[in-house]
Design a protein around this ligand. Sequence first.
Ligand SMILES: NC(=O)c1ccc[n+]([C@@H]2O[C@H](COP(=O)([O-])OP(=O)(O)OC[C@H]3O[C@@H](n4cnc5c(N)ncnc54)[C@H](O)[C@@H]3O)[C@@H](O)[C@H]2O)c1
Length: 409
Amino acid sequence: MPPSRSTVVHPLRVAIVGGGGHIGLPLGLFLCDVGHTVTIVDTNSQGLEDIAAGRMPFHERGADELLPGCLASGRFHLTTQVTPLRGQDVVIVTIGTPVDEYLDPNIRTFDRVLGGVLDQMRDGQLLIIRSTVFPGVTERLGRQVAERGLNVHVTYCPERIAQGQALEEFTKLPQLVSGCTPEATQHAFAFFSELGAEVIELTTVEAELAKLFSNSYRYINFAVSNQFYMLAERHGADFERVHEAVTRNYPRMQGFARAGFAGGPCLLKDTMQLASFNHNLLTLGQHAMMINEGLPRFLVDQLKASRNLRNETVGVLGMAFKGNCDDPRSSLSYKLRKVLTLECRRVLCTDPYIQDPEFVSLDDCLVQSDVLILGACHNDYRDLQINKPLVDVFGFIRPHKIENPKSKI
Ligand SMILES: NC(=O)c1ccc[n+]([C@@H]2O[C@H](COP(=O)([O-])OP(=O)(O)OC[C@H]3O[C@@H](n4cnc5c(N)ncnc54)[C@H](O)[C@@H]3O)[C@@H](O)[C@H]2O)c1
């Protein structure tokens, strides 16, 4: 059963542009559940058909249970057109904001979509940019709105949930709000306060940086652990044992992440946006990219040092970019597969959440592989009894526990 939430006192009409995506759809379900009338605007007509039929297009905890109630409420609408925007109180934008082939933000797509959105807007509406944007984009949008002679309240309120946990985190996480005018900020403040969230006010550029700092910090943090992992492995030490030793009952190391693949659609992309904003200078972030992106190659080189991979079948367990998730976007398991394809006789991939005709079942992968590499920490794998060599950079399947020497006496 989905958690019961109290309904809002001031129900509004809210449209979400990009609302069929990983950020927009959970947000739309949440807003509908608390009493707002929600219109999902998304160009992905297949995705909207799935949603209309009660099928979530991707896995998000609690969303399968919430969707039927939203559809039955009469307050949840789906469209590929931006024309209904004029009839809304609030317009939220959650389209993807990727970097281009030069690792620079793709501003032109954002401008094109926002141009179409503004064409449909009218005075008095609240516009919330929820997509992650390059610093300065919100102020620039505010100027464009003013040049059009529109009195729309332009705000930037970044999304900070972890994919898969959105419905639990919306009200748990403080909401960062910022606006191009004090009045705009007030409107955004009121909107998020009514949802029961703690709200923190920033300037637009501060909020843009806050979002990029959050993801870049995590990305760099993972790189620290991944570099330590590679260092330990090169010197024949067990990273997991060192990790456990230094984090146990030692408060100053609680932020020390485990090693593992740092892929996915956001962390690297946002680190590169921050570098781009700072005239391509973010030395820590750029080094983090080399370390994190280099981990699959390192694992294969380590294997090659002890085995003749040319004659072997290697199985990859988990292709999603993180555990218990069905999202393959920018997953380093795919990079691992590519490196392995060049080095070994055969590569087998499996994932319980991703349908791909090239993947094999878990059983086939376990039986047919000579050696296995964990690619994503799906819970299904945690208790696997594996009687073959296994590379588990995450320390997930076989956590190493250091026994207290006293207990042995
Ligand atoms: N995925 C995450 O964990 C996460 C977390 C925080 C912030 N963000 C940010 O949120 C934004 C969205 O990310 P996402 O993962 O939801 O991406 P996504 O690709 O899953 O969703 C984007 C949606 O926008 C739709 N779309 C594209 N062009 C459109 C248009 N012209 N009109 C209407 N819809 C259009 C797409 O069809 C898609 O459904 C990005 O800026 C991302 O950086 C993502």
